[in-house]
Design a protein around this ligand. Structure first.
Ligand SMILES: NC(=O)c1ccc[n+]([C@@H]2O[C@H](COP(=O)([O-])OP(=O)(O)OC[C@H]3O[C@@H](n4cnc5c(N)ncnc54)[C@H](O)[C@@H]3O)[C@@H](O)[C@H]2O)c1
Length: 337
């Protein structure tokens, strides 16, 4: 298969981990070509714009993008580039797998949970925010729609079906937030009936937090609204040892953007010690999306094998004494076997 994807190296450690990731993709012989475009601080410096129109055009043309972390300048009226991308392409599903890997510091082994978070509405957007003149009263509203709930719940069930997953848990707070969370839960119950082979469970968000910490093995796929998904997906990343191995996908009807969950790590940028695995796992999810699942699986296996057998080559955050480059060398050797 030959396919061109948009590649956004990003800021800080972005170019280093992107370089490592593309080396592994090339070694896999995926038939991918790369159209490099700028976003973030590098784009502001070069083109006077954090998110140039040409970058949006390139993502739209290829419909799939692999993105490094972007720095949004603090203050100065800059809004988050990631939020802009989600809005522009209506990337309604944020998919975040949390999978255990060997050699990570975590409380549990063998975790495999996917959080599917609604990405375009709900409390997270904090629409209609006001603060009274005396500064004593703040208001924000929550907008949840039937169509928005339908498409995210359907996405979660379709994904579960295609990946052979057994259970979908809809997480809500419908007992208290009866309108918006209630609508989401009603829709989830309706759609679940269309997938009788997949177990459906509903769970209140506070109980979900406790259950995830006490017995995470009861979860398989979690589907939830924007703000709950934001919090729960980080909780799940914590269960498997933090953000070092946490990929994220933002999926829309016409475009999808795959990225690492972590940021641009300015404290270690340019030092050749950034761990490329989160971006590489995002690339593996991108290959699944492009129906190259066998290649995606090879990436995940290679990471597992290098973490188990070549610890001296992995980066310090994973307990190794290697560099981004030596980590990439080991991964390239592994996928080329
Ligand atoms: N998706 C994105 O584009 C995204 C996400 C989060 C933060 N950001 C941006 O990134 C910048 C820095 O944010 P932050 O410091 O809060 O979070 P961060 O994730 O960049 O860094 C937090 C800590 O984790 C470490 N770390 C992160 N990724 C690592 C990796 N691959 N290998 C080894 N160590 C790693 C860093 O060194 C730092 O100590 C901010 O400008 C923020 O806006 C972007």
């Amino acid at each position: 298969m030959s396919k061109t994807i948009a590649v956004i190296p990003g800021d800080g450690i972005g170019p280093e981990i992107m370089n490592a990731t593309l080396r592994v993709l090339d070694a896999l012989d995926c038939g991918l070509s790369y159209d490099h475009v700028d976003a973030g601080m590098i784009a502001l410096d070069k083109h006077g714009d954090l998110l140039p129109a040409a970058t949006l055009g390139t993502i739209a043309r290829h419909s799939v993008a692999l993105k490094g972390p972007l720095t949004t300048p603090i203050g100065g009226g800059f809004s988050s580039i990631n939020v802009q991308l989600r809005r522009h392409f209506d990337l309604y599903a944020n998919v975040r797998p949390a999978i255990s890997f060997p050699g990570t510091r975590s409380r549990f082994d063998n975790i495999d949970i996917i959080t599917v978070r609604e990405n375009t509405e709900g409390a997270y957007l904090a629409e209609g925010q006001t603060l009274s003149e005396d500064g004593e009263t703040a208001l924000s509203s929550i907008r949840v729609t039937r169509s928005g709930s339908e498409r995210i719940v359907r996405y979660a069930f379709e994904m579960a079906r295609s990946k052979g997953r057994k259970k979908v848990t809809a997480v809500h707070k419908a007992n208290i937030i009866k309108t918006s969370s209630g609508l989401f839960l009603d829709v989830a119950r309706e759609i679940a009936k269309e997938y009788p082979e997949i177990e459906f469970q509903e769970m209140i968000v506070d109980n979900t937090c406790m259950q995830l910490v006490m017995n995470p093995y009861q979860f398989d796929v979690i589907v939830t609204t924007n703000l709950f998904g934001d919090i729960l997906s980080d909780l799940c990343a914590g269960l498997v040892g933090g953000l070092g191995l946490a990929p994220g996908a933002n999926i829309g009807k016409d475009a999808s953007i795959f990225e690492a969950v972590h940021g641009s790590a300015p404290d270690i940028a340019g030092k050749n010690i950034a761990n490329p695995c989160a971006l590489l796992l995002a690339a593996a999810d991108m290959l699944d999306h492009l129906e190259m699942t066998e290649k995606g699986t090879r990436i995940r296996r290679a990471i597992r094998s290098v973490l188990e057998n070549a610890r001296e080559q992995v980066t310090p955050d994973m307990g190794g004494s290697g560099t981004t480059e030596s980590f990439a060398d080991a991964l390239v050797a592994e996928v080329s076997r």
